[in-house]
Design a binder for this molecule. Structure first.
Ligand SMILES: [Zn+2]
Length: 901
């Protein structure tokens, strides 16, 4: 699965159902150490869905064979929740209720032959399912979401990833209402039945776990194309959407074709079926789902056209289409043994989609964006009450572990493997991994073993990254010895204790390093004792103990170290750079990540210093070094505008909060505002000139170059609109804009600067786009993100807008998610109404969609890092949520962890 950009349960809709409904189990922890293989082999599975107006009858034929050596126990245990069991048959004989036991989440049949045909009939009510897992409605169609444990809400089955089998699926439904009937694999037969109904039979020749099962039924339109694989297989590609969206699918299709080609060229991996279908839905908890040959996508990760989608939206579409496609090998052909191994498929596939985007777009910009994302979202997660290793040891609700840690830090761990082995070594490892494990459900250890064995590398110590949570801190100290002509880097590491894991070990940390002399030249490290005689401007220094020393010989002068190049490890690196060092790195470092990082450090040092002055009651000042650095960026005509844009953006307030022991919400915000306004004031001419260069009237294009120009231009605009004298710029941009990126940048500038034109701009936008759900999400988000203590007071009104829907996760994220996660000034306002609002939403949402409610509840995770008053206010709201009746395991796991010591 892929993330959406920003979880047994009692399903409300089943309240008045005439059958006996089994309620979900109470949440209890599941441990990785307790894994046991399933005693049965499922040799084949036939499923039949009779879709009705209110009820769907699911009939399954499961061919079972007990595994050798498992003879002791003749019973079988199947998962199943929130459904009504109609009948159970074994080898043609119907069982009586005495032959099995039915609990809230299991069907256990006590005595069945070691090889038999098990037939089950059960009834589900998809049209009433609001949880967006299992089979559920979206608009005029029905669809499934089974990862992680949604299949057990469809029928009784061993719903675990290590049970793989061949699926044959027959879907029957009313032909007018559900003209399109899709499942995995190839459509092998179809026909008409009575009463205006029709049916289609699908066969998926590849054995798969239940979480990859998918079904779609409804009235959908599609676009079509083909791709011929490297061995000459012609694949039919389709993107299915609701009719109103048919003109916004082309970019998704182009991205799919690029992804298929890229995976052949970079990884030698080819698609393996004749059909590849993508279906877009408005109602989806995550970003997208990689079901075998039938991907299901949140429509925001499919639909894009220049008038409706920003540059970032296009990047998301390409990246997520790639991500789900790449899962066909890393996830589907080789899958996870159990859900603790989730990062096996997700970390690896995120790494692959990051590489895809890097090869298609700007590698430098992508690296910076991923590093920023990891630091501002994963680092806090890893320091909070839900901290867990990328391979967790326990969970209550697996849905809560689709996290930045498993995905983004997981990808960073794979990237370290790539750094250690090099591209050739990494590809050898991948090849061996597929040779050994194709069609298997395996573990992270199996992956590391393939990487190690293929290259003869010892990754034993490295694999601790899978077990240890928390963000390591690497402290670096430099020492230059004039007499001995040596330059020494002393590195030491420590990882602060995390929730549930007080003791930490030294990890194996690759610190990619370069040295730069006083004139800004990169030193050839092979001449200073590092590397193998070839020119070598970066060395990967391996810090694999608590502390280690690296000596560079034959040094004429003391260099400036360029550390953690390319963000080579997910760590916090501390080195006492002077402002002059940072200015040198910004100007001369060949590594774009370090250049960007130098700019960020200069800015964050300045902001935090001014915050301190403000807290002491002194007037803040604009440091001259920062002003000089920003001026040099604004007048830089050589560098990539996209990189300059990234470097000019001030560090996020969430990231700055990370750097403080106790978060000073107001102080950080005031200091950021001060620095932004002061820079805009003292460099107004430079900002205007740069803005003018970027907005030179060229027609819209989505080339990386044009995207970079829009990025830098709009960063300048955001600075300039803090000045009254530049207030009309945003309005003029809004009026002349021919694309969503510039339009949104202009409206945001108007809204966040408190312009008199803001209200009219929002009203015009709403009038033009009120019928477009995805675009309206942006309208909601801009308002929910307005950094002000009174923003909370307009949220209720936003949620009463006709375009808002409480059952649509994109809408909830656009208002509640953005406010809680991306608006620290609003959420943490001292009056506490922000906390109360979010807690209200968590409580209400938990009845409809526990997964989403749990995500919103996690906004309180870092509550202990705030001042006494805010801590008390947040604790009160957490306790209020906790005290609610029939809380889902999803939300209770988050809240209980947050409140526990
Ligand atoms: Zn995924």
């Amino acid at each position: 699965m892929a993330f959406a950009g920003a979880s047994s349960l009692i399903i409300v809709p089943f309240d008045h159902w005439e059958y006996q409904i089994m309620k979900g189990p109470a949440g209890k922890a599941i441990l990785r150490s307790e894994y046991k293989p399933y005693p049965w082999v499922v040799k084949g599975l036939k499923l039949k869905f009779d879709i009705g107006e209110a009820e769907t009858l699911v009939s399954s034929e499961i061919q079972l064979k007990r595994k050798p050596g498992m003879d002791g126990d003749s019973s079988i245990e199947l998962d199943g929740q929130d459904m009504a069991l109609k009948s159970v048959w074994v080898d043609g004989r119907e069982l009586s209720e005495d032959d099995y036991s039915l609990t809230s989440d299991k069907l256990v049949i006590s005595d069945i032959p070691s090889e038999c045909l098990l037939e089950i009939r059960n009834i589900i009510r998809p049209q009433k399912n609001t949880a967006l897992e299992g089979l559920y409605p979206s608009g005029q169609f029905l669809l499934t979401q089974c990862e992680a444990e949604g299949f057990r809400k469809i029928t009784y089955f061993p719903d675990r990833p290590d049970v793989m089998t061949r699926y044959e699926v027959t879907i029957e439904a009313d032909k007018d209402r559900y003209p399109v009937l899709l499942s995995n694999g190839n459509a092998i037969e179809s026909g008409e039945s009575d009463n205006g109904r029709h049916w289609v039979r699908w066969d998926d020749p590849f054995h798969k776990p239940s979480y990859l099962f998918a079904l779609v039924a409804g009235d959908l339109s599609h676009i079509e194309d083909t791709f011929t694989t490297m061995s000459g297989r012609k694949v039919q590609l389709r993107v299915y959407v609701e009719e109103e969206n048919i003109d916004r699918c082309d970019y998704a299709m182009e991205s799919l074709i690029r992804a298929m080609k890229w995976d052949e060229e970079r990884f030698g991996l080819e698609y393996d079926l004749d059909i590849y279908n993508i279906v877009a839905t408005n109602d989806f908890n995550m970003g997208a789902m990689e079901n075998k040959s039938l991907n299901i996508f949140n429509s925001r990760c499919v639909l894009a056209s220049p008038d409706t989608a920003t540059d970032n939206d296009f990047l998301v579409v390409e990246g997520v289409i790639g991500h789900e496609y790449f899962h066909n090998w890393t996830g589907n052909r080789v899958t996870c043994r159990d859900w603790f191994q989730l990062t096996l498929k997700e970390g690896l596939t995120v790494f692959r989609d990051q590489e895809f985007t890097s090869d298609m777009q700007s590698r430098a910009v992508k690296r910076i964006q991923d590093a920023r994302d990891l630091r501002s979202r994963q680092f806090p997660e890893d320091a909070g009450p839900m901290s867990h290793p990328i391979r967790p040891d326990k969970y209550v609700e697996i849905n809560n572990f689709y996290t930045m840690t498993v995905y983004q830090k997981g990808a960073a761990v794979i990237r370290m493997v790539h750094t250690l082995l090099g591209e050739d070594g990494f590809q050898k490892g991948m090849k061996l991994y597929f040779e050994r494990h194709d069609h298997q459900a395996v573990t992270c250890d199996d992956f590391i073993a393939a990487m190690a064995d293929a290259t003869g590398t010892d990754l034993g110590h490295f694999s601790e990254w899978y077990s240890q949570s928390g963000t390591p801190v690497v402290q670096v100290r430099a020492e230059f010895n004039q007499a001995a002509r040596t330059y020494t880097l002393h590195m030491q590491q420590h990882t602060p204790p995390t929730h549930g894991q007080p003791q930490k070990k030294a990890l194996m940390i690759p610190v990619k390093t370069g040295l730069i002399d006083g004139n800004g030249n990169e030193l050839d490290l092979s001449r200073h004792g590092h590397g193998h005689g070839e020119e070598n401007y970066s060395a990967v220094l391996i810090l694999d103990r608590d502390s280690k020393t690296f000596v560079f010989e034959d040094m004429d002068e003391e260099p400036v170290p360029s550390l953690l190049r390319g963000f080579s490890a997910p760590v916090k690196l501390e080195y006492d750079y002077s402002d002059a060092d940072l200015a040198l790195l910004m100007a001369h470092d060949n590594d774009t990540f370090v250049r960007w990082e130098a700019a960020q450090l200069l800015a964050s040092n300045a902001i935090l210093a001014q915050r301190e002055r403000i807290s002491r009651g002194e007037d803040p000042v604009l440091p001259e070094t920062l002003k000089t650095a920003v001026r040099s960026m604004l007048t830089d005509l050589q560098s990539d505008p996209a990189l300059l844009g990234e470097a000019l953006r001030l560090p996020g307030e969430d990231y700055l909060a990370e750097l403080m022991e106790e978060v000073d919400v107001d102080g950080i915000h005031q200091a950021c505002e001060f620095i932004r306004k002061s820079l805009a004031g003292s460099l107004e001419q430079e900002f205007r000139a740069c803005y003018g260069r970027m907005k030179d009237g060229a027609a819209y294009s989505n080339s990386p170059e044009a995207i970079g120009r829009r990025c830098l231009g709009n960063v300048c605009l955001a600075y300039l609109t803090t000045r009254d004298s530049a207030g009309d710029l945003a309005q003029r941009q809004l009026e002349s804009s021919d694309n969503m990126t510039d339009t949104l940048a202009a409206i945001s500038a108007l809204v966040y600067s408190g312009s008199d034109n803001a209200t009219a701009a929002l009203a015009d936008f709403e009038a033009r786009w009120r019928d477009n759900r995805l675009v309206m999400d942006k309208w909601f988000s801009i308002q929910a993100a307005r950094p002000s203590a009174d923003t909370v007071d307009c949220l209720d009104e936003l949620m009463e807008h006709p375009s808002f829907s409480y059952t649509n996760p994109n809408k909830v994220r656009a208002v509640v998610g953005i406010f809680a996660m991306a608006n620290p000034t609003g959420f943490h306002a001292a009056h506490g109404r922000g906390y109360e609002f979010v807690a209200d939403q968590v409580i209400a949402l938990d009845k409809l969609n526990p997964q989403l409610a749990a995500r919103m509840a996690s906004a309180f995770n870092s509550w202990k890092r705030y001042d006494k008053e805010r801590r008390a206010l947040m604790a009160k709201q957490l306790e209020r949520i906790q005290a609610g009746s029939s809380l889902s395991p999803d939300v209770s796991e988050i809240v209980n962890n947050a409140l526990s010591e």
